[in-house]
Design a binder for this molecule. Sequence first.
Ligand code: ATP
Ligand code: MG
Length: 362
Amino acid sequence: MDALQSAPAAAAKPPFKPLVFSGVQPTGNLHLGNYLGAIVKFVELQNTHECIYCVVDMHAITVWQEPHELTRAIREVTAAFIACGIDPKKHIVFNQSQVAEHAELAWVFNCVARLGWLNRMTQFKDKVGKDRENASVGLYAYPNLMAADILVYRATHVPVGEDQKQHVELARDIAQKFNNDYASSIAEHMGTVNPSGEAFFPLPEPLIQGPATRVMSLRDGSKKMSKSDPSDQSRIALTDDADAIALKIRRAKTDPDPLPHDEKALEARPEADNLVGIYAALAGHSKAQVLKDFGGAQFSTFKPALADLLVAKLSPITAEMRRLKDDTGYIDSVLADGSARAQVLAAETMKAVKDIVGFVRR
Ligand code: ATP
Ligand code: MG
């Protein structure tokens, strides 16, 4: 990968049109980490960029999903996108399995990416633990499909939480190796397939910003908040009501000391740091500002204030999600319309990729 990263910058940066792509898996309940780490940024980016937001159902089945539950979760994530403020008319919202080009390009990328690159992926190691032999091949190849999700639109910016940084970097490496391996074929087809420059794929940039790029579990400050954590107490779900939120925050693991006045002192206190970070992100403040207000306070004072803020921010979203979720006709029509628009873009890329690789096509 190092050799790839030192390849000439000229080949890496043709003038690609800025385009945002990101995805969320329909696996279990969406949580505060997904909201603060990803969806809040999805909403903001709509003001400055063209955006494509995808419910990545093909990623979901890399671990077992009960079919009815998967269908429900696809609609729920779509409802959450809309309830949080994503506009499916101005931008594109769809589910991955309706645009077959994602899987098609992923196969080409399976042949571009190297085993050594995938062997370094920490998410795979974390998710399989000691049971590696029993993991699906799909879970291992997941980052190649993610690269295809982004690059089938030749997207340039990918808003994600900190945990996905390594996968976006892998997508850059795949893009660059494709551009290098097929450089002469790309040049041959330039003008027809690639008016924007020498490189066919852009090197997508991860956008990882804000005070809550890695929201941690409420039960263990060393683990990220996750849909797949078996403990429901570890996360605030976007569907939780006010009582559930208050209870989970009251039970959240902390230490016995009051909150410090100085941000530096949070470094050795991961659970306190996490709760202060959540407050800061929701209030639109810095952690320093939160400590200015709550430094010296006990958790018995801070936790109810945090729970109130969570309820104030999340309850309108929860209510709208509930309303939309039951309107499956509307949700399915949003996904069908988004898929049709996405497919037009993806098909253009796939045609060009086939020409570049040397496949014969109709
Ligand atoms: P799973 O455990 O099934 O992988 P997940 O909670 O990680 O689920 P994803 O659908 O994989 O959810 O991720 C959707 C988006 O949310 C990604 O951009 C990811 O980086 C972001 N994200 C997930 N968890 C967190 C977290 N704890 N803090 C901040 N961002 C997060
Ligand atoms: Mg994840």
